[in-house]
Design a protein around this ligand. Structure first.
Ligand code: 2P0
Length: 323
């Protein structure tokens, strides 16, 4: 019997964004999405079964967590227990190596690592597809962090068909520009609901993203970095446009973020190819070729702390203790 298991997973950065759910209960997205798993900022999570009958315990970066983070982990473990036919509670210890305020969400790496460690401990299927489907139930984008390097998340029709899998793509690099280390006021989940409920552009966003995903898959197959960059930048700005069009308006990009998009456009005019993207926060990420990453990082260093990231590994077990 497995006593405890430790898994590690990394965040991912979407080139075609997930923004909206078709079914919040089982976390079906309204459109597919596509991302690069990063080689930095891992989350390492240990799941240990409790031998007494105490409740689930969550420790985040060494401190005991309560409230919503604990409820979210418990709900996730309830699903795992239901599938495993187990009543055993667990102690979950999770550590994020995201530098404070790097603006890279830890929910994707967090639930990818948790799904992987929990599947080992509760003896659920551990193939990539099963792990991706399970991670999705914790946080949508976590299904992509299960996957090595580049992932497409198929929107799917039901729980069985909504999962991420690896795709071939040309070698990319990204430059993360941290313009603001503060937390966000409106969670992605809340802002997605607000978008569906109040934006007149929500349907256009869904239709255009579905088309963009098809074009992006073709650009990845063809190894066309320029097309990948253009599509990613347009898709990110469309996502921010639909988010800003909510009532009340949610604005994740700040003046400084727009300044980085301007600087990236200027780099292109000067002959250095890079394209901007941004998630549900103010920080901007430049997508570029590996050979240009250092020059792009130098050029953007005046706008905030910069860090070059590359394609990284999917979630995996790093330790397992068996009695
Ligand atoms: C993405 N984001 O594709 C998009 C782009 C943020 C902006 O996925 O409600 O934490 O847990 O499924 O996955 C962030 O949302 O939301 C996200 P839930 P999630 O990466």
């Amino acid at each position: 019997m497995t006593i405890d298991a430790t898994a590690r997973a990394h965040p991912n950065m979407a080139l075609v964004k997930y923004w909206g759910k078709r079914d919040e209960q089982i976390m079906l997205p309204s459109t597919g999405s596509l991302s690069m798993t990063l080689d930095e900022f891992p989350t390492t999570t240990t799941v240990q079964l409790r031998e007494d009958h105490g409740p689930d315990v969550l420790e985040l970066n060494g401190a005991v967590a309560q409230g919503e983070p604990l409820r979210r982990v418990t709900r996730f473990l309830d699903l795992v227990r239901e599938r495993a036919g187990s009543e055993a509670r667990a102690v979950v210890r999770s550590r994020n190596e995201v530098p404070t305020g790097a603006g890279l969400a830890s929910s994707a790496s967090g639930f990818a690592a948790l799904a992987t460690a929990a599947s080992a401990v509760y003896e659920l299927p551990q193939d990539t597809r099963s792990l991706s489907r399970l991670a999705r139930r914790g946080s949508g984008s976590a299904c992509r962090s299960i996957i090595d390097r580049m992932a497409v998340w198929h929107a799917g029709e039901d729980d069985a068909t909504s999962f991420a899998e690896q795709i071939e793509a040309p070698e990319l690099a990204m430059v993360v520009v941290v313009v603001d280390a503060g937390g966000k006021k409106v969670s992605s989940r809340e802002a997605m609901r607000l978008t569906a409920a109040t934006s007149p552009f929500a349907a256009a966003w869904r239709a255009s993203t579905a088309r963009t995903l098809e074009e992006m898959l073709a650009a990845c197959r063809e190894g066309d970095v320029e097309r990948i960059g253009e599509l990613a930048e347009t898709n990110a700005l469309r996502m921010h446009a639909v988010i800003q069009s909510t009532v009340p308006s949610v604005r994740y990009l700040r003046g400084a973020s727009v300044g980085v998009f301007d600087a990236i456009e200027q780099l292109r005019a000067d002959g250095l190819q890079a394209w901007g993207t941004a998630d549900a926060g103010p920080n901007v990420v430049a997508i570029t070729r590996p050979a240009d990453a250092a020059a792009v990082a130098d050029a953007l260093a005046g706008h905030g702390e910069v860090r070059v990231v590359r394609p990284g590994p999917g979630a995996r077990l790093v330790d397992e203790r068996v009695a």
